[in-house]
Design a protein. Structure first.
Lengths: 334, 659
């Protein structure tokens, strides 16, 4: 019953969303006026290369051939799926001939490491504190935390991140100004490198954590205040159930459902990178890789990153959907 | 149950942190043994600059020069095959590790022979040439550099279409051979008096491959050439797989590089090219002495000079900027589209510009004006601009009805000087110094004359002063430019031009687009901030590179990619000048100058684009660790670390001894 009425249709929907998403990502960059071949030539000219005017047509056709941009869009579309099913995302145009997969796999660990940690931490701590603050909404500490969150949340991320940089990297000089690890260090499983990565990631992580936790705190507090007004909470209080048990077992657990959905989406968005964080802290990751790909009309790289992102978001939403019964026994799929 | 969840959460966090630590994904082969593993923990800082010293690992800061990468984060860090596509060669490849046959030094106006041992020698009809090569040069791995390397390079480039230079050599070279170990001979398919400039480095050229390495490679187009082996004074030490830094180390046998042979021992032991994703962080790094040389914006330079006692700019006093970069900025018209196909309209738009106001808006008065399509720097004022002044003064526009107008204003530069004084800047009184700063004149602000030119061509004006096209529709100008509106020189030109044309009564606006390069190439614009002419060499008298881009052979219809200048302008007289230049010996100085002046006169008369001011660069040098920078008071070489001749600067830098 569950299989036929829910799981199979849901899986079909999952596959369709991925197929349509990838198809859209294939065509949309081609509708932009940014031609990757002309862009490459313009970049080479702008960067001082003297391209013989008489040889320009040949250079253009050579580049089109190397980039796989010959033939109609439909031909390219078919060739693209053929490559994708073989696990080949093609080569980056702008970083030719580096394979797209290599570029993504170089940037991905940095992005996942930073964003997975900060997303989970901010979600857990923001919701936990928000839950208690919502239940004990009339306590002074709750109001203080609420006031802090109200001040922090609307701060533009760029300003907030740069303020942290100024304070901790320039004035106090506790942390480095930029980068993901020390100059001259190559990634390795050694303690000096891990230590260096952790040292460099403190400010980026802190900036994301604080702003993100403030959001989870506020939303959780509001949801909990609504749950608090439910009759089962009043009944539990009248029955003499301990307050901590009421908060953790009844109130927070009931308020958690929308937050879990939000977590699923946030985890999926990790694969889009954190562009502003990467810019402020010169942190390596997928965000600037994607931005540069868009600016340079690097179709293959745009598709490579967004395919990861589409699959991550749809998969995380699917998993959250399937896991709902574990969090809320009232939900059944049969 | 709760404990299990907590444990899972902890494991997940740990895994993610370790994942970050793993960082680089697929292991990249080490550039050199020294760069292959994590460096040991940093030694304790020896003083001075704060806790961030450990940022440099085991590299001794007092022996290390740190500069920022102009073109940004390296996208393909492990790929040094500069012969295919764009490889971020300014991360130290062109400027430290590679030596070309010749280099342009725009500060001294000289052509520096690197691997070559003098000028090329052409035959009478320019169908053959020989190039003498420098003796005593070795590659980074100790193998000797000989004519065989040059022959191998050209033959390899001709064999594989994937190389960017393939079509040039296939079209030009009949044969290449080694006369002896230090002489190369070319036979060409057709006369080409500028063939050798393919090897002349002006921010890029054809580099020579080490034959003993490349001859063993199966597919040279996809070969990554890692580690890079060149003949320059620095060799690859290590690089970041994410493209944020590249470290170069002085060769032990530096005296086997052309740099060492010509200028002596380079002083820094290590040079780091480092990327900053935002200017704020770059400035903070310089203020904390974590980077010695930065390329910044105008405001960034002001911030550095205000906050940093040990920092200096190219010029010690206002305007501080680098004003001898060999690029002429300005405005380009799409002459394939009406009404910009009309010379009178182009001149009218020029005369509607008050250049003093324009310069104030664009660059706060810091650039040098040029009335012709080459910048006012290096040998160009002496060879071209000053000799053209009498002609410019007499140059006349026909306004119709027998009325004429002489547009040149030899005092335009003084108007910029007055603007600068009004801003409180210290402007020198010496006319020669003023000319260096502001140029040798420009054109008059004559909106009344502009109006006459437009009325003569059927334009009209509404009662509220707005211009209408000859067909009676409102005249709208969208000035196509890039996205760096606050800092880009092209963008600043569009911003200033739009202000001027609005004041004149045209509905003008800036059209800022990431796709500007593509739109310029296909001619999908009316007016753009593309340079109004191809950049000149920056040294020597030859303007072939500038004028040939106007060749009618390269003009394509709108919608097709242009091979020549985006203005799509051409003229039979210019074609004749280009042809004459092709037949002129490039080493015959005065003959080349004379033909160049002929071409510049045609460009001024037809005005396919408006030349305004020379490119303005903003660099800041921190003198905590290194001094004797080639500033305006001592321009022993060009000042940029991203240009090829940076390597020729390294023997002259002086360590301060600060640790």
């Amino acid at each position: 019953m569950f299989l036929k009425q829910y799981l199979i249709p849901r899986l079909i929907q999952y596959v369709l969303v991925i197929l349509l998403g990838i198809t859209a990502v294939f065509f949309i960059p081609r509708l932009l006026p940014n031609d990757p071949v002309l862009r490459t030539i313009a970049e080479m000219r702008a960067r001082g290369s003297y391209l013989e005017p008489g040889a320009m047509d040949k250079i253009i056709s050579d580049l089109q051939q190397m980039y796989g941009l010959e033939g109609s869009w439909f031909d390219q579309y078919l060739a693209f799926w053929g490559r994708l099913f073989r696990g080949d995302l093609g080569v980056s145009f702008f970083q030719f001939p580096t394979p797209v997969l290599d570029l993504i796999m170089t940037a991905l660990p940095w992005t996942v490491g930073l964003l997975l940690t900060t997303t989970l931490l901010s979600w857990a701590i923001g919701n936990l504190i928000g839950g208690f603050a919502g239940y004990y909404a009339d306590r002074s500490w709750s109001r203080t935390l609420d006031a802090i969150a109200m001040v922090v949340r609307p701060l533009p991320y760029y300003i907030f991140a740069f303020a942290l940089l100024l304070l901790f990297a320039y004035l106090l000089r506790w942390f480095p100004v930029s980068g993901g690890a020390r100059l001259g260090m190559r990634p390795s499983w050694t303690w000096p490198f891990i230590q260096s990565v952790l040292w460099h990631s403190v400010l980026p992580a802190l900036s994301i954590f604080i702003l993100s936790a403030a959001v989870w705190f506020q939303t959780m507090k509001l949801v909990v205040q609504n749950v608090n007004a439910e009759s089962f909470v009043a009944y539990a209080k009248l029955s003499g159930v301990q307050e901590n048990r009421i908060v953790s077992r009844y109130v927070i657990r009931n308020a958690l459902l929308p937050q879990i959905t939000g977590l699923g989406l946030s985890l999926g968005l990790i694969f889009s990178g954190a562009l502003i964080t990467e810019i402020v802290y010169s942190y390596p990751g997928l965000g600037t890789l994607l931005y540069n790909a868009i600016v340079n009309g690097d179709y293959n790289l745009i598709m490579g990153i967004t395919i990861f992102s589409i699959i991550a978001i749809t998969t995380s939403v699917l998993i959250v959907d399937l896991m709902y019964p574990f969090f809320d026994p009232r939900i059944r799929y049969m | 149950m709760r404990r299990t969840r907590m444990l899972l959460m902890g494991l997940l966090l740990a895994a993610s942190l370790i994942s970050a630590a793993c960082g680089g994904g697929p292991a990249t082969p080490a550039a050199t043994p020294a760069g292959s593993a994590a460096t040991p923990a940093a030694p304790a800082p020896a003083g001075g600059t704060g806790a961030t010293l450990s940022e440099f690992g085991d590299l001794p800061r007092h022996e290390t020069l740190i500069v920022d990468i102009l073109t940004g984060r390296v996208g393909s860090p492990d790929d040094f095959n500069n012969w295919v596509g764009w490889k971020w060669r300014d991360r130290g490849m062109q400027n430290l590790a590679n030596e070309p046959l010749w280099s342009v030094d725009f500060a001294t106006g000289k052509i520096i022979p690197g691997l070559a041992d003098g000028d090329p020698v052409y035959n009478a009809d320019f169908t053959a040439l020989t190039i003498p090569l420098r003796k005593g040069v070795t590659w980074h791995d100790g193998a000797p550099f000989t004519a065989a390397d040059v022959v191998f390079t050209v033959e390899t480039l001709m064999k594989h279409e994937g190389f960017g230079d393939n079509s040039f050599f296939v079209e030009n070279v009949k044969s290449v051979s080694a006369v002896d170990d230090y002489t190369v001979a070319f036979e060409l398919k057709a006369p080409n008096s500028r063939f050798h400039t393919r090897f002349l480095d002006r921010w890029g050229c054809t580099w020579i491959m080490p034959k003993h390495i490349w001859e063993k490679v199966e597919d040279p187009v996809t070969f990554k050439f890692n580690p890079f082996i060149g003949t320059g004074p620095y060799k690859l030490h290590s690089f970041d797989p994410s493209g944020f830094w590249t470290i170069w180390e002085k060769r032990a046998d530096w005296d086997k590089s052309p740099t060492g042979i010509m200028y002596g021992e380079p002083k820094p032991k290590y040079i780091i090219f480092r990327y900053f994703a935002n200017e704020g962080a770059k400035i903070l790094a310089q203020l904390t002495h974590q980077v010695d040389v930065v390329n910044v914006s105008s405001d960034g330079l002001k911030a550095v000079l205000t906050q940093c006692d040990s920092c200096r700019a190219y010029q010690l006093n206002w305007p501080y900027v680098v004003n001898n970069d060999p690029a002429q900025t300005g405005i380009t018209f799409n002459t394939a589209r009406a009404p910009y196909d009309n010379r009178d309209v182009r001149w009218a738009l020029l005369l509607a510009i008050d250049i003093a106001e324009y310069m104030g808006i664009a660059v706060d008065g810091t650039g040098a004006l040029s009335p012709v399509h080459i910048p006012s720097l290096s040998n160009y004022p002496k060879d071209f601009i000053q000799p053209m002044l009498p002609w410019l003064k007499e140059f006349t526009l026909d306004l119709g009805n027998g009325e004429t107008f002489k547009p040149f204003d030899p005092n335009a530069s003084q108007r910029i000087a007055e603007y600068a004084r009004s801003r409180g800047y210290a402007v020198p009184d010496d006319p020669a110094e003023q000319a260096k700063l502001f140029g040798y004149g420009w054109y008059k602000y004559a909106p009344d004359v502009a109006e006459k030119l437009l009325l003569k061509n059927g334009f009209s004006k509404t009662s509220d002063g707005k211009w209408l096209l000859p067909d009676g529709t409102p005249w709208k100008i969208r000035c196509l430019t890039g996205t760096q509106l606050a800092t880009g020189m092209g963008e600043r030109n569009c911003v200033a031009a739009v202000q001027q044309w609005k004041k004149f009564g045209i509905d003008a606006e800036v059209y800022s687009s990431e796709a500007a390069a593509s739109l310029n190439a296909t001619g999908d614009f009316d007016v753009s901030s593309n340079w109004p002419a191809q950049e000149p060499w920056g040294a020597g008298p030859d303007l072939y590179r500038v004028l040939d881009y106007y060749n009618s052979a390269y003009v394509k219809p709108v919608g097709e990619n242009t091979s020549g200048h985006p203005s799509r302008w051409s003229h039979p007289e210019m074609d004749a000048v280009v042809e004459k230049l092709r037949k002129t010996d490039p080493t015959n100085y005065q003959a080349v100058v004379d033909v160049g002046i002929e071409g510049l006169k045609i460009a001024v008369r037809e005005m396919p684009g408006i030349p305004t001011f020379g490119y303005v660069g903003f660099i800041a040098w921190d003198q905590t660790y290194w001094t004797n920078w080639p500033g305006a008071e001592n321009p022993y070489t060009q000042p940029y670390t991203h240009w090829g001749p940076f390597k020729y600067m390294t023997p002259f830098l002086q360590p301060t001894g600060t640790r």
